[in-house]
Every structure is written in C-alpha cells, then in structure tokens.
Design a protein around this ligand. Structure first.
Ligand SMILES: *[C@@H]1O[C@H](CO)[C@@H](O)[C@H](O)[C@H]1NC(C)=O
Ligand SMILES: *[C@@H]1O[C@H](CO)[C@@H](O)[C@H](O)[C@H]1NC(C)=O
Ligand SMILES: *[C@@H]1O[C@H](CO)[C@@H](O)[C@H](O)[C@H]1NC(C)=O
Length: 201
C-alpha cells in the first residue's frame, strides 16, 4: 500500500546513533544505523512528498523538525567497555555531528527545528543493572548513577551552547532546545506521583 507522509514522517532507527559505527567496530553486533542514514532516507523520501527542490524548500519551511538522538552513542560506548571519562571525550564529536545534521536540514529549507537533550540515563534500569556499584557514593539521593548523569549533563550543556551559536549563524531559523532531561529527572524524583521508574520489569 502507499503511505502518505505529507502529515509527517518518523525517520527513527531503533538503536540509532549520531555517529557512524559498524558492527565490526563493536563487541556486539546489533548496530542498525546513524543520523546520516536517517538524513539519506529523508532525502530519498522528499520528492514523493513535495516534488521539485524549489517546492520542497517552501514545504519544509512550513514543517516542524524534531531531533531526539545521542543517547545510544553513549550507551554503545559504555556497554562496549569505555569508561565514563573515555565516553566524555567524544561529547564534542557527537554534538558537532548533531549540529551538522541540523545544518543539512537548514540547507534543504528547514526553519523550525526542535533539538532535544538526552535523558539522565544513570536513572534507567538498564544502567542501574549494568553499572551497579557497591559504593554508595556512586549514587545520588534518588538512587541514580552520579558519574553517568554528570556525563549526560555535560553533553546537554555543550549541546545547548552549540545550538545558541547555530541560532546566531542562521537568524532566519527558529532553533529550539527541548529539555527532555529535566522532565525525566522530575519523574524519577517523585515516584508517588508518577510511579516507580527505576525498576526493570
Ligand atoms: C569496542 O571495543 C573494542 C574492543 O575493546 C574496541 O576495539 C573498539 O574500538 C570499541 N568500539 C568503540 C566504538 O568504542
Ligand atoms: C549489524 O548486524 C545486525 C544483526 O546481525 C544487522 O541486522 C544490521 O543490519 C548490521 N548493521 C549494519 C550497519 O550493517
Ligand atoms: C567510593 O567512591 C568515592 C567517590 O567516588 C571514593 O572517594 C571512595 O574511595 C570510594 N570508596 C570505596 C570503598 O571504594
């Protein structure tokens, strides 16, 4: 059957990353694709949505774009055996690649772009199980892994300042930083209101 993507399309790939990896570069082979693959897929879809380039620029200028990625880049590295400090060295590369991706869409005509930060995954069951520690001071008062969340906070600060530079470079666009992390952290802090979120099924 023919899908109609005129009302929106989700280019997400399960486990998708910002950077390009290969199965061969990882200790496990479950790697499915990167932001570049998503952008390629999107560009291949465009002619069926808006036709010629000039029409597409106008169409995309009236569309909303949402970027929500980066989390899997850190999970892949940490699960593959990198320390938090080693993963931290890749923050600039990961964030600069997201910025590059946003600029690719601006070139195609995008104007309204939301870029989400990454969640405090040090509170997630996957992390709590994989990186369990017998040292109490590795946890914050909500039972989340302190060092891991510090890594994700550094990514988020770097992303936020990079996005404001990008906004200055492209004044005709509206680049919005979405603070997903605060919302998730709020859920973690208040299990009576939102339910227990740190336990795996
Ligand atoms: C994953 O771990 C292997 C073995 O230690 C290493 O050779 C490889 O570079 C790592 N890959 C990434 C992307 O960190
Ligand atoms: C990595 O391996 C998985 C499973 O073996 C496969 O489905 C996937 O397409 C591979 N990824 C890449 C980028 O080749
Ligand atoms: C626990 O972690 C703290 C802070 O990282 C460190 O200073 C301390 O030496 C650790 N304690 C043990 C028993 O490893």
């Amino acid at each position: 059957h023919r899908e109609d993507f005129k009302q929106g399309a989700n280019m997400a790939i399960i486990g998708g990353t910002v950077l390009d990896y290969t199965n061969a570069s990882l200790k496990f082979s479950a790697y499915d694709g990167s932001m570049n693959t998503q952008i390629d897929n999107f560009q291949q879809l465009l002619p069926s949505i808006c036709g010629a380039q000039q029409n597409c620029e106008e169409y995309l200028a009236k569309s909303l774009f949402v970027f929500q990625l980066g989390e899997n880049d850190y999970s892949i590295q940490l699960v593959n055996g990198s320390t938090v400090d080693e993963a931290s060295k890749n923050i600039p590369k990961i964030v600069n690649t997201i910025i590059y991706g946003v600029e690719e869409l601006i070139k195609l005509g995008a104007v309204d772009i939301v870029v989400s930060n990454i969640a405090p995954m040090g509170c997630f069951p996957l992390y709590l199980n994989m990186f369990e520690s017998s040292n109490k001071s590795d946890y914050d008062k909500y039972g989340c892994l302190r060092n891991h969340n510090a890594l994700f906070n550094r990514h988020n600060s770097f992303l936020r300042s990079s996005l404001s530079k990008l906004q200055m470079k492209h004044p005709h666009t509206r680049i919005m930083y979405a603070d997903l992390a605060s919302h998730i952290y709020q859920i973690v802090q208040d299990p009576r209101k939102f339910g227990e979120s740190r336990q795996a099924c």
